[in-house]
Design a protein. Structure first.
Length: 259
């Protein structure tokens, strides 16, 4: 573990724009995703799961809108797509960071009975346990500090190979800035011969793939005869009706608004 003075020394070697970018992303993480709430028992397992999904969505939207450059994307659909294609992986990483372990607990539940009830509603929890724990274990082994971790989360949201997004070039430019900041930070901290940065970059596609798998599972597993909360349709289901689109647009435009 490096001393505080050593940390200050290696951070001083970064250029000013990188230091400001890293500081802003770190501050956004501390104020949005650092302490994910424990799932509360509302007396109904379905409502409890919906409340936790809502907590996750609110935290992810608030973090994303504070990533430098994110609100410069002109197309709200692009912003929505970036969040939807990373939200589950973001939560999985944050839970590993919060609990400092690779123990699989997607809904952040402390009550075993509630956890079993969730698994009956959403069997994906067990189906992807192995993949989730494997990725969490990789991240745990890298011993990322909070700034490295914050930059990883921001890259997970911003990084995309979807050239059909309207603001793809602007998104790609923002991704490059975040990538360079993380690379410089890790090189200065861990040494230029460290391979940890490249390990993280290689993990990004796996994280996005895991997110897509979870989204598919949720769409296939939700009850067919239940009326979903509006936020759930907006974030977790690929519905395209105008009403939910307008509501989500408002949430993006005002990061203080909750679902």
């Amino acid at each position: 573990t490096q001393s505080t003075s050593t940390n200050m020394d290696f951070e001083e070697q970064l250029d000013q724009s990188s230091k400001e970018l890293i500081a802003n992303v770190h501050k956004a993480f501390k104020e949005t995703l650092d302490n994910l709430p424990i799932c509360q028992d509302s007396g109904n397992s379905w409502l409890s799961s919906m409340n936790q999904f809502k907590n996750y969505a609110n935290r992810c939207v608030k973090f994303a809108t504070r990533i430098p450059g994110f609100m410069n994307f002109h197309n709200v659909n692009d912003q929505i797509q970036l969040i939807k294609s990373s939200i589950h992986s973001i939560i999985i990483l944050c839970l590993q960071h919060l609990n400092n372990s690779s123990i699989w607990n997607y809904f952040n539940v402390i009550d075993q009975k509630m956890n079993e009830e969730f698994q009956q509603i959403f069997p994906f929890i067990e189906h992807i346990r192995s993949d989730g724990e494997k990725i969490q274990s990789y991240i745990y082994s890298l011993k990322l500090d909070e700034k490295e971790f914050s930059l990883l989360l921001s890259l997970l949201i911003i990084s995309t190979s979807n050239v059909h997004l309207n603001d793809f070039l602007l998104i790609d430019s923002t991704q490059t800035e975040l990538t360079c900041a993380l690379c410089d930070y890790m090189d200065n901290k861990r040494g230029s011969k460290s391979r940890d940065f490249y390990t993280l970059m290689l993990l990004l596609p796996s994280l996005r793939k895991l997110n897509a798998i979870i989204q598919d599972h949720i769409r296939n597993e939700v009850p067919k005869n239940v009326e979903f909360p509006a936020f759930f349709s907006r974030v977790y289901l690929n519905q395209q009706d105008t009403n939910y689109q307008q509501n989500f647009d408002g949430t993006i435009e005002n990061q203080q608004t909750e679902f």
